[in-house]
Each structure stands twice: as C-alpha cells, then as structure tokens.
Write a protein that binds this ligand. Sequence first.
Ligand code: PEP
Ligand code: MN
Length: 337
Amino acid sequence: MIITLKSGINKAQVDAIQKSIKKFGLTPHVSHGAVRTIIGVIGGNDYKYKEQLEALEGVESVTPILKPYKLVSREFRKDDTVIDIKGVKLGGQQVAIIAGPCSVDTKENLLLCARAVKKSGAHFLRGGAYKPRTSPYAFQGHGETALKYLAEARKATGLPVVTEVMDTRQVDIVCKYADVLQIGARNAQNFDLLREVGLCKKPVMLKRGMANTIEEWLMSAEYIVSKGNSNVFFCERGIRSFETATRFTMDINAIPAIKHLTHLPVIIDPSHGVGVRDYIGAIALAGIAAGADGVMVEVHPKPTEALSDGPQALLPVTFDALMNDMRKVAFAVGRTI
Ligand code: PEP
Ligand code: MN
C-alpha cells in the first residue's frame, strides 16, 4: 500500500510513522518528493492495518495496491471456473437455466411445476422453503416439509434443487436436501452465514445485496471461498434505484464487470430484478446477451395459488416460449442451453 503524508510534515513525525509501520511487522520505504512525502509499505495484507495507519498523526491517505478480495479475483485464476453440479456445468459454454416457484406451496403444484420446467429444458429446480419476507406477517415458507417436497420433485424429474438458507442454524438441514445453497439478497452480507456455507461442500449461489456494490459482493464471495468452499457463483438480482416502475433495477452492467473481475460464474435473476411478469423475458434475454452463465426464473403452474411472488411468476407455457427465445440468443452469442 502507499501512504501519502500531509504536507509540511517534519522528520520526527515521519520517523514516528515509520516506527508504527514496523510495529505492525511491515516494511516502510520512504520517498521524499518536492512537495509531498510518501511511504511505500511492503508485506502483510493491505487491509489488515489500513485503518490504524489512516489514524496516525500526519497521514493523509492510505491507498491499497491489492484488491480486498483475492481468491475470487481474476488475478488469482485466469481461466473461468466451471462448477459441475450433478453433471450440469455452470460457467462453461452452456447457459444453465434454473426455474421453479418462488416458494414451495403444495406438493402437487411443485411436482407440476418441476415436470413442466424439465420438459421445457430447465437444468435446475428452484423453490423456497425458508423465505426472507419483508413483513413478518407474510408467508415465511414451509421449512423442512418444503425441503422434502423438493427432494421428491428431484427424484421425479432428476433436476438438482436450488433453495435458500437464511440462517446459520438452517445450514445442516438445507444441506441435507439441497444441491445448491442459495444466499439471498438480504443475507448477502451476513458474514457468519457466509462463513458457515464456506465450510460446506455444496455449491453456493450468492445473490447480490440490493444495495451492495460489485466490490462488496465480491468480498462476500471471498468470505465463502476463504473458508474452503470454492464452488460459488454469483446471481445478479437487481439493485435499488430511484425507479419505481419495476421492482428493482436490473444491473446488466454487473454481468461483464463480474466476468472481468472474477473467475467465478455469474447468472441473472430477471424475476426479482424486474418483478413485472411482462418484462421478465426481455431482461432474461439481455442477461444472456451480456454474457450471463445462467438464468433463474420464477415459474408457477397456478400463480393465483402461489404463497409468494405469484404476480411475477411465469406460467409454464410462457416459460416454454422464453426457453426457445433464450436458446436463440444463446446461439447468437456462441453458447448453448
Ligand atoms: C428468491 O429468490 O426467492 C428471493 C427471495 O430472492 P432475493 O433474495 O433476490 O430477493
Ligand atoms: Mn421470489
């Protein structure tokens, strides 16, 4: 890192700063310019002592050279990471499709949905058992019962299951049934939960917090990977903006940005990013065109019976048509579905 000192600083103050740097086990290299003195600091982690160094008398700014995330960065691994989830390869040439209801309601609806999306060519079944609802009075999910239905649907269709884990106390039970652990937008910076799923073997789909920068999102992934679980992929699900015509604002920019900054795969969730049934298809296609490695879409065979997000759920027939359109866009950008 580079420490820029305030102008007018005297030798005794520079010496005191150097002494503090050495105290942290780091090596200072002082450079006196015509106007300013800067100190190049070698050794250690650029972030461990950053704030202590900033607090030293006479320091104007501390500029890290390294990124605040490492294992997930492109510098660490040049090639794209391809995650193999029960034979479905995420992050390679194929665009993976995850479809299913927002939350699991009845077993019949789930099986109906799973069979329909499978027939249309989806690769994964999604469905919430533990739901992160904004209101404590809204439906909170059927918990383990829903996990059991998901396992039955997997058995019936062969589709691996993606489902959300909201709390460190749920990690064991969700691991027992799920093939992919979903970390929702509201938990994207629940660092204890990130560490806990980092100790699991199951792949993790990390959604972007609705007010998180791309760098914060990458650091969340670093929490998981640094605990030993490198099977992590990102899911852009829209961010908060001033706009109210759609539920969130889909940050398509994030797709190429993430692909540039990290070797891990990224998918797009137009259902939550847009939240308006009629616009979801267009944004799913835009995501694939922008380079997304997958698309997650909410589908429900009877949206009026859905216990959450019914208004944005696609009917199976609409999803089927969207699959055809997604195939065409994927083909146009040199990929398959
Ligand atoms: C979901 O996928 O059902 C969900 C709750 O998404 P998010 O965390 O992005 O709001
Ligand atoms: Mn939902």
